[in-house]
Design a protein. Structure first.
Length: 152
């Protein structure tokens, strides 16, 4: 009886541990590792500095001395910048953000690689309005990713 009780307790503890989701910490300054990245334009991309304060994650990118920042709501609250609606949520240990503009979307999936590098996968889904403005024969869906190594 004691053995059965102990087995049941261990099973519950193990299941609770497995179901608890690890949320990666993206805070820091990151640089693109082009040898591990697949970019559509082939460009390196700017360093990213990420900070977290409360329910907001801010990603600041600097190129040629010019900085721009984007705020991600960690709690799933949608935000709007101009015509773009931005919604973020955790899917397990992946932070997924959807940028919706008209009938098009950009989906960003931010995760950590086993070696501590940060991977940002980008999927562009071009809607009918956007396709009409793109070159003839351009794909309606594109997928890229960048792998970043932490420099600070």
């Amino acid at each position: 009886m004691k053995r059965a009780m102990l087995s049941a307790v261990l099973a519950v503890v193990f299941a609770a541990g497995v179901s608890a989701q690890y949320k990666p910490n993206f805070v820091g300054t990151w640089r693109t590792d082009m040898s591990r990245s697949k970019t559509g334009s082939g460009t390196v991309g700017p360093d990213q500095t990420i900070t977290v304060e409360g329910s907001k994650m801010t990603v600041t990118q600097t190129t040629a001395g010019n900085s721009s920042s984007r705020v991600y709501m960690l709690d799933g609250t949608p935000s709007k910048t101009g015509d773009t609606v931005v919604t973020s949520k955790w899917e397990g240990n992946v932070f997924v953000t959807v940028f919706s503009v008209g009938d098009s979307e950009r989906i960003e999936k931010r995760s950590m690689e086993p070696d501590g590098a940060m991977k940002v996968e980008l999927t562009y889904i071009w809607g009918k309005d956007a396709v009409a403005k793109r070159p003839a024969g351009a794909p309606t869906t594109e997928h890229f990713y960048r792998v970043y190594t932490k420099i600070k």
